[in-house]
Write a protein that binds this ligand. Structure first.
Ligand SMILES: C[S@@+](CC[C@H](N)C(=O)[O-])C[C@H]1O[C@@H](n2cnc3c(N)ncnc32)[C@H](O)[C@@H]1O
Length: 212
């Protein structure tokens, strides 16, 4: 895939972060009310990175968008800022997070669902999907790509970020290469970026094109 020119992240530098990332996932799910404050204090940029990546590649004015692992709604907010006419549906494993997301008013529909399983959304029903902060240690790996891709129309896009520590440990590159080899996707864009600005934590920002 297009990642060959990007630096490897198997460096010792990312290792101390991995335990923090896992612990972080456990902590905020118990304290959803404080999630936005917590990630804001760490300079969290993933929702904006993902929404920018989608805006760079999707030319529809009023897209139907699915937000995978929507949390409290930060990604839908970022999508609406770039696509004021968008309709956004979302899902999350956590009912507490969904309650916070409901309060934002950014979603048409919100459902509890597990990204690693078949999703309770129409197959091929969306012009695009977005996901920030879901593909990381302690949450989901590449097994959660296909269920989200299933919800996207052929020719639609999936913009997501993947924590660099998870990129290598959970073998995302191999999984994405396999999806490309199977003719299900092409990789439209792939960049490295800092998604927690205050602690310099990096991720991949990827746009997948669903081909069939
Ligand atoms: C770091 S938060 C990101 C939330 C939001 N997208 C954002 O960027 O602020 C990760 C979210 O993924 C959800 N999550 C974890 N595992 C999941 C799964 N298997 N299926 C759906 N959501 C999941 C968590 O409940 C949490 O809300």
């Amino acid at each position: 895939m297009t990642s060959s020119s990007l630096p490897s992240t198997s460096s010792r530098k990312s290792k101390p972060f991995d335990a923090i990332v896992r612990a972080f996932g456990l902590l905020y799910n118990r304290l959803p009310g404080s999630y936005n404050g917590l990630v804001g204090a760490l300079g969290y940029r993933a929702p904006d990175l993902v929404a920018d990546a989608l805006a760079d590649h999707l030319s529809l004015a009023n897209p139907m968008v699915l937000d995978a692992g929507c949390g409290t709604g930060l990604t839908a907010k970022a999508v609406h800022a770039r696509f004021p006419g968008a309709t956004v549906d979302g899902f999350d494993l956590s009912e507490k997070m969904l309650r916070e997301a409901t309060k934002t008013g950014f979603y048409r529909t919100l459902k509890p669902a597990d990204a690693t399983q078949a999703l309770p959304f129409e197959t091929g029903g969306y012009d695009a999907a977005v996901s920030s902060g879901l593909y990381t240690l302690g949450h989901v790996g590449p097994e959660a790509l296909l269920p989200v891709l299933d919800a996207i129309k052929p020719g639609g896009l999936f913009a997501l970020n993947i924590y660099d520590g998870a990129w290598e440990k959970l073998r995302f590159e191999k999984a994405i290469d396999q999806l490309v080899a199977d003719g299900l996707i092409t990789v439209r864009a792939h960049e490295q970026a800092t998604h927690f600005g205050r602690i310099g934590q990096t991720c991949r920002v990827i746009v997948l094109d669903k081909t069939t």
